[in-house]
Design a protein around this ligand. Structure first.
Ligand code: 13P
Length: 256
């Protein structure tokens, strides 16, 4: 069985002081209970959060990375710079694709840089409302998965995490139904990995759902066979709701 994961994406929230306080609360409230717990603060807050959560079983991730290791790339942060501060890196979030024009090729380079340095990518894919309504979800998401994984070996693929986040469900309070989410995670994301690497490999890859997840809907989402966890935005900014989601996920998995 794949180990479930609850990853919190703090986005552009929580500077170092606030992040340290939130990490302290998380340390008090979260009991990982068979769930891989990850929180992803902004770069500047990584040291405080990494220190605050050291030894707790809650891992730390970055929200982005640059594909080069060093050099004249003003404003960027590289994978080797994250070592010791983060174990995971969110790559290709729809907000990066939309506002910072990241392409599938950029996402692919970032995944390679991340894996090269022993960090675990959480690769985001997901369609817009227009694409969804035009019936393009399957082809678009499958294309994003193929673009992201170009040149990645089967050994590397099993270690990474893919998050399906329909853009229309992010921050809108309008989560995909658990059936819709489970269908795309299984029949599109995992199926595409199976087409590329075979089903034995695809069965090992963790696929998360993201978009308006919260304590009230996480049990239903986690009951879907092909959903292995969540990438949580807003609800991860409260230690209480994040801890509840981890607890509920542990209970759902414990009962399986
Ligand atoms: P919300 O949970 O706030 O909808 O955000 C989802 C997301 O984008 C996580 O990366």
């Amino acid at each position: 069985m794949r180990k479930p994961m609850m990853a919190g994406n703090w986005k552009l929230n929580m500077g170092p002081t606030e992040a340290e306080a939130l990490a302290t609360e998380i340390k008090q409230l979260v009991s990982s209970n068979g769930v891989d717990c990850v929180v992803c603060p902004p770069f500047v807050s990584l040291p405080a959060v990494a220190q605050g959560l050291a030894g707790t079983g809650v891992a730390v991730g970055a929200q982005n990375v640059y594909h080069e290791d060093s050099g004249a790339f003003t404003g960027e942060v590289s994978a080797p710079m994250l070592l010791g501060l983060a174990e995971y890196v969110i790559i290709g979030h729809s907000e990066r694709r939309q506002y910072f024009h990241e392409s599938d090729a950029d996402v692919n380079k970032k995944i390679k840089a991340t894996l090269k340095h022993g960090l675990t990518p959480i690769v985001c894919v997901g369609e817009s409302l227009e694409q969804n309504e035009a019936g393009e979800t399957q082809s678009f998401v499958s294309g994003q998965v193929r673009g992201a994984l170009d040149g990645i070996s089967a050994e590397q693929v099993v270690s990474l995490v893919i998050a399906y986040e329909p853009i229309w469900a992010i921050g809108t309070g309008r989560a995909a139904t658990s059936e819709q989410a489970g269908d795309i995670c299984g029949n599109v994301v995992r199926q595409t990995v199976a087409e590329l690497y075979g089903s034995a490999v695809a069965e090992q890859v963790r696929v998360l759902y993201g978009g308006s997840t919260k304590p009230g809907n996480i049990a239903e989402i986690m009951q879907q066979a092909d959903i292995d966890g969540a990438l949580i935005g807003g609800a991860s900014l409260s230690a209480g709701s994040y801890a509840d989601m981890v607890r509920i996920t542990g209970e759902v998995y414990g009962a399986l």
